[in-house]
Each structure stands twice: as C-alpha cells, then as structure tokens.
Design a protein around this ligand. Structure first.
Ligand code: ACO
Length: 338
C-alpha cells in the first residue's frame, strides 16, 4: 500500500480591494426613483453603494484591487490571472488578459470565469486545480463587477441592491494543513433557473442589432423573491459541506462570510444553520451587492474591522445567476489586506 498523495492546496497569501470613490446613498436614489431609505434599509439592509464614473470599466477596478493584492502578498508577479465577472469590459475578449497586462504580468495565462455572484468561489476552485496540478505556483483570483453599467435606470428593485467594486486574492501552492489553505470548495448549478437572473439581450440568444434595438432589453433582470428562496437553501447546504470537510461543526465556525446580497438572506442562512447572527460578517450596508467582488471585499472588511485573527475558522458562501452557488472554508492566515 502506498501513502496517499497530498496535492498542493491554494494558500491565501495576499488580499487587495478597490471601491470606486463615488457613493450613492439611498436618499440619492429616492430623489430619482419611487423608493425610500426606510424601504431599502428594512428590506435589504443596504444604506449606500459605490458606483463607477462614466468611462470606468470593470478592468479598471480589477487592476486596482490586483495591485493591492500583490502588495499585500509582498510579491511582484503571479503565474496566472483569473477574473470572475459578469460585467466584462466587452463581450469579447475576456477581461483577464487586459488586467494581467495592466498589472505588468507579461504573457501569463489569463482568463475569465462567469458564474455571476458565485464567480469568486468558482475562480478559487479553478485556481485550486491549477495549483494542485503544478500548472501554476501562484494564481491571482479577482472578483470584479460594475453592475451599475447594466442596471435599468428606472428599476428600483435592482438599482437599490447593487454596487460596483473589486476584490483580489493571491494564492500560492502550499500544504493543506497550513493556515490560509482553502479546503475543497462545494459548488453547484441549476440551469433550470437560468431565467431568474439574466440580461435578456446582447448575447447570442438575442443579439442587439440596429434593426432589433428597439425591442432589445440590455438590462439586468432578477426575480428577487424566487432567487431569495433558492439562495438560502443552497448556501446553507454548501456551507455545511465545506465545514464538515474540515471536521468542523457549526459551533466551530468563528466567522461566516456570506455573499452580501441582502441582510435578510445572510441572517436566514445563519438561522437555518443554527449559527448565531453575531458570527456573520455584514458590510452590505456600505457597499450593497457587489456580485463577484462580494466575498473578497467582505473578507477584507472583516479583517480591517479586527474580526479575523490568524487561525480563525472561516466559512464563505455565495449564490448567483445561473443559477450557481458554492462555499469554501479556510483557517485565516496571518495576513494584512491592502
Ligand atoms: N423601493 C420601494 N419598493 C420596492 C423597491 C424599492 N427599492 N424594490 C421593490 N419594491 C417593491 C416591489 O415593486 C413590490 O411592489 P408591488 O408589491 O407593488 O409589486 C414590493 O416592493 C415587494 O417586492 P418583492 O420583490 O416582493 O420584495 P422582497 O421583499 O422580495 O425584496 C428584493 C426584494 C430585495 C430584491 C429581494 O427579493 C432580494 O434581495 N432578493 C434576492 C437577491 C439575491 O439574492 N441576489 C443574489 C444573486 S444576485 C446575482 O447573482 C447577480
């Protein structure tokens, strides 16, 4: 009998974030739309969000976050760049090669992952595979989105929810037993719900052409209530799976970082798990739902708030369009986000 081969694990060694400086408050929105600070806070927990200026694209945010992640990791370069986004600079090509170029990384492999709000966790899983097989020694995973670019200016139900931002991590190949090593992610999808979250036009199903432009719908659409029901069940299940893979029970989790879509969803997942709400990190009040950027932004915010200490048992989880969902866990490393 031979000893089991232990594959290299993705170890978190750098974390950087970037939020565009322009802030839109609930009161700002209520001057444009039939909504109120009271409605948005009560139904979502969101107080304000950051939004890009005209002319700023997803890659601009990704590059800023990437630079900070390199600084946090104390390295000048990585072997591969993965950008998780559903708001790429353009439909073609992918955004990651441009980001790698802007970061001065030369000709490294670079590709996008499109799993909507679960994109960061899917990117992490792709990076884990590259590191485990020796295809890369270090990988940068960036979650970056500019939903303000695809929201219908007249749709109060989505304008209230989303903000722009980017969060990046640097991962190196390490040992599964060391602090910072992400355990195997639990991921899932259900395409039967693909119509619950979508941008109806602009893809190959319904391209926007001059002759069809009048009937095209280029905006993000979401059936919020249906999404909410699915999200709670899936995130709770995936969170338990990854906690169990580490041998943790719910009581062992020090910090729970769920996709920052809605405070009611975060709390409903915690309640379903039997996890005290005080162990959930919440910063959606200040940034809203930043889609693929949500988890790295929330982790950096938790670290800045002194809520993460070396050795802490952390579970992250997300749910998004596709439908897609996932979770991943780690022992927090000794790390200073930038
Ligand atoms: N201000 C005032 N009223 C509003 C607003 C607003 N900003 N938004 C919606 N409403 C109204 C609706 O029009 C509706 O009015 P009606 O009854 O006259 O039609 C009423 O409020 C209730 O709407 P619901 O959709 O039933 O409200 P709900 O309590 O479900 O909250 C929300 C809506 C916040 C969108 C919620 O459903 C939600 O957060 N869903 C999940 C979002 C999510 O998880 N996203 C994750 C994935 S996102 C991604 O992958 C990109």
């Amino acid at each position: 009998m031979t000893d089991a081969v232990r594959l290299p694990a993705p170890v978190l060694c750098g974390l950087g974030t970037w939020l565009p400086p322009r802030v839109i408050t609930n009161d700002d929105l209520s001057r444009e739309l039939d909504t109120s600070d009271e409605w948005i806070r009560t139904r979502t927990g969101i107080g304000r969000r950051h939004v890009v200026q005209p002319g700023t694209a997803t890659s601009d945010l990704a590059v800023e976050a990437g630079r900070r992640a390199l600084k946090s990791a104390g390295v000048a370069a990585v072997d591969t760049v993965i950008v998780a986004t559903t708001t790429p600079d353009r439909t073609c090509p992918a955004t990651a090669p441009l980001v790698a170029h802007e970061l001065g990384l030369g000709t490294v492999p670079a590709f996008d992952v499109g799993a909507v709000c679960t994109g960061f966790l899917y990117g992490l899983a792709a990076a884990a595979g590259l590191l485990a097989t020796g295809s890369a020694g270090t990988v940068m995973v960036i979650g970056a989105d500019t939903y303000s670019r695809i929201l219908d200016p007249g749709d109060r139900s989505t304008r209230a929810l989303f903000g722009d931002g980017a969060g990046a991590v640097v991962l190196r190949a390490g040992d599964a037993g060391e602090p910072g090593a992400w355990g195997r992610a639990a991921l899932g999808s259900d395409g039967s719900g693909s119509d619950m979250i979508m941008v109806p036009s602009g893809g190959s199903r319904d391209p926007i052409r001059p002759e069809t432009a009048d009937s095209a719908d280029p905006y993000f659409r979401m059936q919020g209530k249906k999404v909410m029901r699915n999200a709670v069940e899936r995130m709770a299940e995936a969170s338990l799976t990854v906690a169990h893979r580490f041998g943790w029970g719910v009581d062992d989790i020090d910090l729970f970082v769920a996709h920052q879509a809605n405070i009611r969803i975060v709390h409903a997942v915690a309640d379903r798990l039997g996890l005290g709400r005080e162990r959930c990190h919440v910063h959606l009040d200040r940034v809203g739902n930043t889609a693929a950027a949500s988890i790295p932004l929330a982790l950096a915010d938790a670290a800045a708030a002194g809520r993460l200490h070396a050795g802490d048992r952390v579970v992250t989880t997300a749910f998004g369009g596709g439908l897609t969902w996932g979770a991943a866990a780690l022992h927090w490393p000794d790390l200073s986000p930038a």
